[in-house]
Design a protein around this ligand. Structure first.
Ligand code: AMP
Length: 302
């Protein structure tokens, strides 16, 4: 079933202890779309500037990604720069230039409006809401990601958007920031009052945790000997998770748990190389092999 995503398509500058790239294609919606498209067709809504070439756009070609909703505008593409700490667990944002996103008024192509699965990737909360409003009827599932940048700058818009969301998918520090609670279970209770009925907390090398009224489910991160660049791991996690759900067309607890594993699988591939380098060449067979590896990794007898 088709999966709609709105979010950033960007150019990134990245620095980690493993190296540095000054200019590479990135953006939350890009990582998400590539990851999700292994499981379900994706409809992309975003905006790029004049510096975004046909060569850049080629990353979406040959995959199940519809780019009719990728608008081109005069000006520069969204730009983000970040630097990671020695252990890759912390990062500082060095630059966030919204550029063409500042004046973006998303307009959904007609065929996107019947989407049943919607992912509001990291971007201004009012743009996320604008897109959601254009979807006809009530989607089966709406999930949202955001980050400190929006939690700090646009808290009221974010709260308004959250009222229409089923699953909030954010990292641990953002969960704490949004809820003012250090403990993640208490944070979940707080977040349920804002609208979402499920919280998925992405915890970097510690994996991910899903909390809903049925309880808690945890999945580890895949142990990697040589992680290189965590950029986009969260968006790839979200892509694996939402893509799997849209492909499965089912929201049972067992399916949601498997979606958590596929999220972690996609996130783990992304960190193996810089930027999109690993996702660009990833094969479906590698995804399923790693999912089987996850089953072994977490199996035990009582
Ligand atoms: P992640 O590492 O999963 O948090 O995602 C990193 C991607 O998010 C990068 O490719 C950036 O281009 C994009 N990004 C960073 N900051 C923002 C922001 N404030 N709004 C939208 N996208 C962002």
């Amino acid at each position: 079933m088709s999966l709609l995503v709105v979010g950033s398509v960007a150019f990134d500058a990245l620095e980690s202890p493993y190296g540095k790239v000054d200019w590479t294609l990135g953006g939350a919606a890009t990582y998400f779309a590539l990851s999700a498209s292994f499981f379900a067709p994706v409809s992309l809504v975003a905006i790029v500037g004049e510096d975004f070439t046909a060569k850049d756009e080629a990353v979406f070609r040959g995959r199940h990604i519809d780019t009719e909703g990728l608008e081109r505008a005069a000006g520069k593409t969204f730009f983000w720069a970040g630097r990671y700490s020695e252990n890759l667990n912390e990062r500082v944002t060095l630059a966030t230039d919204l550029n063409v996103f500042a004046g973006f008024k998303p307009k959904l192509p007609e065929k996107y409006k019947s989407s049943k699965y919607v992912f509001l990737a990291n971007i201004a909360p009012d743009l996320q809401r604008d897109v959601l409003k254009q979807v006809k009827g009530r989607p089966k599932l709406v999930a949202l990601d955001t980050m400190n940048y929006w939690i700090e700058r646009t808290p009221d818009e974010l709260r308004e958007t959250l009222r229409h969301v089923d699953i909030l998918m954010i990292n641990d520090s953002e969960t704490r920031q949004l809820s003012n609670e250090h403990n993640l279970l208490r944070a979940a209770k707080h977040i349920f009052k804002l609208g979402p009925s499920t919280l998925v907390v992405k915890r970097g090398e510690y994996g991910a945790m899903m909390v809903d009224k049925r309880g808690v489910f945890c999945v580890p991160a895949f142990p990697l000997e040589e992680p290189h660049d965590p950029t986009g791991a969260g968006d790839s996690f979200a892509g694996g998770f939402m893509g799997y759900l849209a492909g499965a067309k089912d929201l049972s607890d067992a399916t949601l748990r498997r979606a958590m594993v596929y999220g972690s699988v996609l996130g783990s591939f992304t960190v193996e190389k810089f930027g999109l380098d690993r996702l660009r060449v990833l094969k479906r067979s590698e995804i399923h092999a790693r999912a089987r590896h996850f089953a072994k990794l977490t199996q035990f007898k009582l």
